[in-house]
Ligand binder design. Structure first.
Ligand code: MOS
Length: 688
């Protein structure tokens, strides 16, 4: 490794595609120039469950500029209808309100949208069930229950006990770029520009749905305006667009969802009702941990929100019980949303830990440190690295925790009550198999690095270029990285904070192969050298438990008259392995914390069980944190050298930033006011 390269990993490089984005040259899914596009608009079901009896498109088809109305009567047949969420326009059955049931195709998006309102539909309604209620008797188990020791007996015998229910509402991703697809068929070949977190994921889904060979499906996504999980798996609108494109071949079809259409179609974070029970001995050591999760789910297709997962690894106790039960309702299908499971689970657990610390008469940081496990309570394995204590201590020092008066409601500044709170966070080091990367070495000393990764706004493009430069011993300006296209080697998608692990490991492997071809100092021959590497199996999997950790601190001000909560200050200290790019890495963590603050104070989809739909399905009514809500957010990490996770020593940073944030704010609100909110979001009505 050259000395120049030694400084590449960790360098705060500006994002390579930043200028193209700022200047508007970066193309998103609906912006790629295609020949004579047909514009599509979805028609969505108005009932939660039942079947379409009449679908009359006459008036829509009479509109000038309308080309076609695609319904279950005339849509091409899918090769596979196994996935009930994706099998759109195949039958008159309706599984949720907002399900795509027709696509209007027209010469402009305005005509298509207007004509969509003219399609007349009659239904035969079945009774539907959209009420999430903890007392249901038809809850379905998900995941294996964890049952160790005797939880109930341990709780009954504990010196201090806590038992409370925490709820997190249905939440939506609100990616800045609404979901969009441009799809074109030509003689059995399909080209799709899609707003997706994984081009090969989309290709593989379309291959199965349409029964075409992978080499005949080309998916392109150079730039994506956020996903947060909603652009991971394929959703119904993609299938609708590709079906519609078959009807107007060879013209391309452009389908852009409106913000309101996004809500039911692309998934959401399932609401959870979580009972957390903790028991401790006289010293404050946990003797019992119970976490029982009831999660909203869809009858059409199950997606279990496993909020008890992080509790398996966070703290040890001889008696533990962790369970998940699903309420399968006639509602849209939930999906991954930033730290699915961990995010709502850490809210409940880390709020309960704060309540328990107070009940034990202990400082919340000292209480957590007292209960720090030696080995992973879930697997019994040693951690590859676990630096939660270091995060808590460093955070406490930087945040000024030592000066804190623990009494709630003790600090007042004019009409504002002021409080501080802390929470821990964790997220696993996940990985997915199969990613490949190709490196082309050129005689002029330049390298092309090729793989089907996707940068959804995370900075992955830049970080992967740094990883390649480091592995090749080259300056970053000699490395040109190509991503976002299924013509490139197969890559897993951006999800589960696995991007750098999977894509980076494949690049490092390709660089190793290149060195075997071209031992040190040997010049690259005239015709260049091409090698392909793949993400190797991690030999330490099964020997070590691998997780990131963090400590979240928040200061809040609560207005005594209005109950308004402001967050002037947050600090996150993380132990997440090596940070490849100090600038984009900090942005990732800061973005996660901002989203966590948004979750704490604003985000809540109101489901009307009478109709099975979200009432507030736009950004005027579904509130997310805006710039004015965000105070001073400081992010830092401790140096962590973990040789077991992957060749780069990275652990993933896309999701840990949101974990624990809402609990830190909840705990700060309690410190400020003495009021404990256990039901997100923390709105003024819950405080005054
Ligand atoms: Mo993320 S929810 O793993 O895309």
């Amino acid at each position: 490794m050259s000395t120049a390269a030694a400084r590449i990993l960790g360098a705060p490089l500006d994002r390579l595609e930043g200028e193209a984005k700022v200047r508007g040259r970066a193309l998103y899914a609906a912006e790629h120039p295609v020949d004579k596009p047909v514009h599509a608009h979805l028609v969505q079901s108005q009932i939660a469950r039942g079947r379409i009896t009449t679908i009359d498109a006459t008036a829509a088809l009479d509109e000038p500029g309308v080309l076609d109305v695609v319904t279950h009567h005339n849509a091409p047949e899918l090769a596979s209808t196994d996935d009930a969420e994706l099998a759109v326009l195949q039958s008159p059955q309706v599984g949720y309100r907002g399900q795509p049931i027709a696509v209007v195709l027209a010469e402009s998006s305005e005509i298509a949208r207007a004509a969509a309102g003219l399609v007349r539909i009659e239904y035969e309604q079945d009774e539907h069930d959209a009420d999430l209620d903890a007392d249901r008797d038809d809850l379905v188990p998900a995941d294996d229950d964890l049952d160790q020791g005797e939880l109930d007996a341990a709780l009954a015998g504990s010196v201090t006990a806590h038992d409370a229910v925490y709820t997190v509402p249905q939440e939506h991703h609100i990616a800045m770029e609404p979901h969009a697809t441009t799809a074109a068929w030509s003689e059995g070949e399909l080209t799709v520009y899609d707003s997706t977190q994984g081009v090969h994921w989309v290709r593989d889904a379309l291959t199965e749905l349409f029964g075409v060979d992978a080499e005949n499906v080309h998916v392109v996504a150079p730039h994506v305006g956020g996903g947060f999980g909603s652009k991971g798996p394929a959703h119904a609108h993609l299938v609708a667009a590709v079906l519609a494109a078959q009807r107007v071949e060879p013209r391309p079809v452009k389908l852009v969802l409106t913000r309101r259409q996004v809500f039911p179609v692309v998934g959401h974070r399932a609401a959870t009702i979580q009972r957390v029970r903790l028991g401790a001995d006289s010293s404050g050591r946990l003797t019992a941990i119970g976490h029982d999760v009831i999660a909203q789910d869809a009858r059409l297709k199950s997606f279990p929100e496993l909020a008890g997962k992080p509790t398996r690894t966070m703290y040890a106790a001889p008696n533990r019980r962790i369970t998940h039960r699903l309420a399968q309702l006639d509602l849209p299908v939930p999906t991954w949303m930033r730290a699915p499971g961990e995010c709502p689970g850490m809210y409940a657990l880390e709020t309960a830990m704060d309540e328990m610390a107070i009940a034990c008469g202990l400082d919340p940081i000292e209480f957590r440190i007292l209960n720090e496990p030696e080995t992973d309570p879930d697997t019994g394995l040693p951690y590859s690295s676990r630096n939660l204590v270091a995060c808590l201590r460093e955070g406490a020092r930087r945040f000024g925790w030592a000066d804190r008066d623990p009494a709630p409601g003790a600090r007042r500044d004019d009409e504002w009550l002021v409080g501080t709170g802390v929470a821990a966070s964790t997220y696993p080091v996940n990985s997915q198999p199969g990613t490949q990367a190709t490196i082309q070495a050129r005689p002029d000393g330049r390298y092309r690095v090729l793989l089907g990764a996707v940068d959804i706004g995370t900075g992955a493009w830049t970080a992967l270029t740094q990883i390649a430069a480091d592995a090749l011993g080259a300056d970053v300006d000699r490395v040109v990285l190509s991503i976002g296209d299924t013509d490139l080697p197969w890559a897993s998608g951006a999800g589960g904070s696995t991007g750098i692990t999977c894509w980076g490991s494949a690049i490092v492997d390709a660089a190793r192969r290149l060195r075997m071809e071209l031992p040190d100092g040997e010049p690259v021959p005239e015709e260049g050298v091409v090698v392909t590497g793949r993400m190797p199996h991690n030999p330490h999997q099964g020997t070590y438990a691998m997780h990131s950790f963090g400590a979240q601190f928040a200061e809040v001000r609560v207005n005594v008259d209005t109950g308004e909560v402001r967050v002037p200050r947050m600090l996150g200290i993380f132990a997440a392995g090596r940070i490849v790019n100090a600038k984009t890495g900090a942005s990732q963590l800061m973005g996660g914390m901002t989203m966590g603050m948004s979750m704490a104070l604003h985000e809540e989809a109101h489901v009307d069980p009478r109709y099975g739909h979200v009432i507030n399905r736009d950004m005027a009514q579904y509130h997310v944190a805006a710039c004015a809500d965000v105070g001073d957010i400081e992010v830092d990490w401790i140096d962590e050298d973990d040789p077991y996770v992957n060749p780069m020593g990275t652990k993933g940073i896309g999701e840990i930033g949101i974990c624990g944030t809402a609990a830190a704010i909840d705990n700060a609100v309690h410190h400020a006011t003495g009021v404990r909110v256990r039901d997100l979001p923390i709105t003024p009505d819950k405080l005054v």
